[in-house]
Design a protein around this ligand. Structure first.
Ligand SMILES: [Zn+2]
Length: 226
């Protein structure tokens, strides 16, 4: 079942480690098949080097495991909430603990668009969620977390990422590798934004005209880049 998607999701999870945006098993990628209403996600706790396509777990939109002998990632319900919210926009989700993106998330700060690298991929600031309430830290913690990511993303097509406060980034895209690429770009722009702010604390971000120029140009030249 969904063998091609399993291969894509497995490869994209390995790419997280190869690209240096995760350590140990701190990240996960999933891919969604809208025609079947199912998504494929990394199993929980398996090192990236040991991942094989047949170990990927198939999940339903109701949160039930459909296929796979291992448990899904503990973040599975966060991925599910994103697919439930935008089934025609989002076909893959990546979560990392990359250092600079986590730094902004832990500080509770959005990443403002500082320059054209940001604008080529993201058409606005990367938003950060509110803090979770104590009553949300129950048995449905992951589901509540997913809802929080969804409520925070104002423009899921223009800005395919949210920083989960005190935690890290959730990023999406058209394919599993696309979501990973967006996650790698997010880490780069978080890093360069951090240094930009160090060099010039008064600078709060680029003007909308340059932002829109680059964002629209890339979509026109390279297709719908998300
Ligand atoms: Zn995490």
């Amino acid at each position: 079942m969904l063998n091609d998607l399993k291969r894509q999701v497995c490869k994209a999870n390995k790419e997280l480690e190869a690209a240096g945006v995760v350590r140990f098993t701190w990240g996960n990628v999933s891919g969604f098949d809208p025609s079947m209403g199912l998504f494929v996600i990394k199993p929980s706790g398996v090192p990236y080097a040991e991942l094989q396509p047949e170990l990927m777990v198939v999940m339903s939109m109701e949160g039930q495991k459909v296929e796979g002998r291992l448990n899904p990632s503990v973040d599975s319900d966060i991925h599910r909430a994103i697919y439930m919210a935008w089934p025609f926009t989002v076909s893959a989700v990546a979560h990392t603990h990359s250092t600079y993106a986590v730094a902004f998330a832990q500080a509770g700060l959005p990443i403002p668009p500082m320059g054209t690298t940001h604008a080529d991929y993201y058409g606005g600031p990367i938003p950060v969620t509110r803090l979770m309430r104590p009553d949300e830290m129950d048995a449905q913690y992951a589901q509540h977390t997913g809802n929080l990511v969804v409520e925070t993303a104002q423009q899921p097509e223009r800005v395919p990422a949210v920083l989960l406060n005190r935690h890290g980034p959730f990023v999406w895209g058209k394919t599993p590798m696309d979501a990973v690429q967006n996650a790698v770009v997010l880490e780069e722009i978080a890093k360069s934004s951090y240094f930009t702010k160090m060099l010039n604390p008064q600078y709060d971000g680029m003007d909308d005209a340059l932002l829109n120029c680059h964002f629209e140009r890339r979509r026109t030249v390279y297709g719908q880049q998300q």
